[in-house]
Design a protein around this ligand. Structure first.
Ligand SMILES: Nc1ncnc2c1ncn2[C@@H]1O[C@H](COP(=O)(O)OP(=O)(O)OP(=O)(O)O)[C@@H](O)[C@H]1O
Ligand SMILES: [Mg+2]
Length: 398
């Protein structure tokens, strides 16, 4: 029995990363193109589980292949201090750079029995700031014809002060044509809140990509190839069913793969029956891992908006939604924008919206039915019985 290759875990790179080659290639060529290349500052946004963290992992890999040094951070409190006092000094004290520095500065290093324990502050007694450390590192790396990539995951407005310092310093480094690159990631709403801060021109100018669903053919590859590489096969009808069930959503590729594999792990072939069971289990996990937390982050009105959308089998007309909510078009469009920013819905045609993740519709239907049954009103989806209180100042249809 071989190991289950699928990895439905946030931040863990999949056995086969599909559908992102162009983006990764774009970033890689930016490193080669030299300072001034626009893709040397890139932002990736997308809903939960679309693969933001793993694309950061992937660009780190291509940077390493080009002999760049890589620093991987998360925009949690203190990240600037960590960059200034741990990561950048860490690069400077790496042995390869030490030797070079010895030659450059004439300072001999204590290569003793215990190995290199050189402390950069001995040579540079100035305080460790993000700016001076970045300058030191890029000066040093330039001697080796290479540079440093900094990735910053989970961008959020909460860290706006540190992000301002970060942006200002990188902007300065770019202007001085230093060999430095940046890739950041965050949820769409979090990133747009950061970008709305008009001080952050550096981030506003960054190349920005929204990670969407992956093509059907790529999904099939992402499922089939890891299975075959691990000594099993999947029946064509089973593969088709599995790929369709993901809707192209990266996190579901891993969940469906994982749960289909584990139905009969010692059989050679994964059958349609295995996939049918696997998909059911994957959807349950998806509800608790993705939808519950996403809905918990929303206001009551946002949730009600989504619930009335779930009455439709396909895209919903905004005019219908406003009638169901009993609000003006203007009021409805504000909520539309918020939910688009949260990555939960998208505009499809003029005046229509749809769920980014079709499974959310099913989840909301089940959920609404359950809560309606609890409240003794099983017809909640058929009739407009949802209570809805507009905020002070109105918005109610006249
Ligand atoms: N292109 C892809 N092909 C196959 N699997 C993928 C792909 N992108 C992501 N995955 C898988 O999807 C899952 C979620 O990826 P990741 O953790 O990068 O999402 P995220 O966008 O960072 O989510 P969050 O917003 O919660 O941080 C992981 O299990 C990962 O292996
Ligand atoms: Mg992530």
């Amino acid at each position: 029995m071989t190991r289950n290759p699928f990895s439905p875990t946030f931040g863990v790179s999949p056995p086969l990363l599909v559908g992102r080659d162009d983006l990764i290639g774009e970033f890689a060529s930016g490193l080669g193109d030299g300072p001034g290349s626009p893709s040397r500052a890139t932002l990736y946004t997308g809903a939960r589980g679309t693969g933001k963290t793993v694309i950061l992992n992937a660009v780190q890999e291509v940077a390493k292949e080009q002999a760049w040094l890589v620093i991987s951070e998360t925009a949690t409190p203190g990240f600037i201090t960590r960059l200034a006092t741990i990561h950048l000094p860490g690069i400077l004290s790496s042995q390869r750079v030490e030797r070079k520095m010895t030659r450059l500065t004439g300072v001999s290093l204590p290569f003793g029995a215990g190995g290199a324990t050189w402390d950069t502050t001995n040579v540079h007694p100035t305080p460790l700031t993000f700016r001076n450390q970045l300058e030191l590192v890029t000066d040093t790396l330039a001697e080796h014809g290479t540079g440093v990539l900094i990735t910053l995951d989970e961008l959020h407005y909460r860290q706006i002060d540190e992000l301002r310092e970060f942006g200002a310093t990188l902007q300065h480094a770019f202007r001085e044509e230093r060999e430095v690159a940046f890739a950041g990631a965050g949820l769409p709403s979090a990133v747009s809140a950061v970008l709305n801060d008009n001080v952050l021109t550096f981030l506003q100018r960054a190349d920005r990509y929204v990670l969407g669903p992956v093509d059907f053919a790529d999904v099939e590859r992402a499922i089939r190839e890891p299975i075959e590489a691990n000594g099993r096969t999947i029946a064509p009808a089973a593969l088709d069913e599995a790929a369709h069930a993901t809707g192209g959503y990266p996190f579901l590729i891993q969940l469906v793969g994982r749960y289909s594999w584990r139905q009969h792990p010692s059989e050679e072939e994964i059958t349609l029956a295995d996939v049918t069971m696997g998909v059911t289990e994957a959807r349950k996990r998806m509800g608790s891992l993705i939808f519950e937390p996403a809905l918990a982050d929303l206001s009551d009105i946002d949730r009600t908006f989504l619930t009335v959308m779930a009455q439709d089998d396909g895209p919903s007309r905004m005019s219908d939604i406003c009638v169901r909510l009993n609000v003006t078009a203007n009021f409805g469009s504000q909520y539309r924008l918020r939910l688009i920013e949260a990555g939960l819905i998208e505009g499809v045609r003029h005046g229509e919206v749809d769920f980014v993740q079709p499974l959310l519709r099913e989840y909301l239907r089940e959920h609404a039915i359950v809560s309606a049954l609890r409240s003794g009103n099983p017809k909640i989806l058929g009739e407009q019985t949802l209570t809805f209180k507009p905020p002070k100042g109105g918005g109610l249809r006249r």
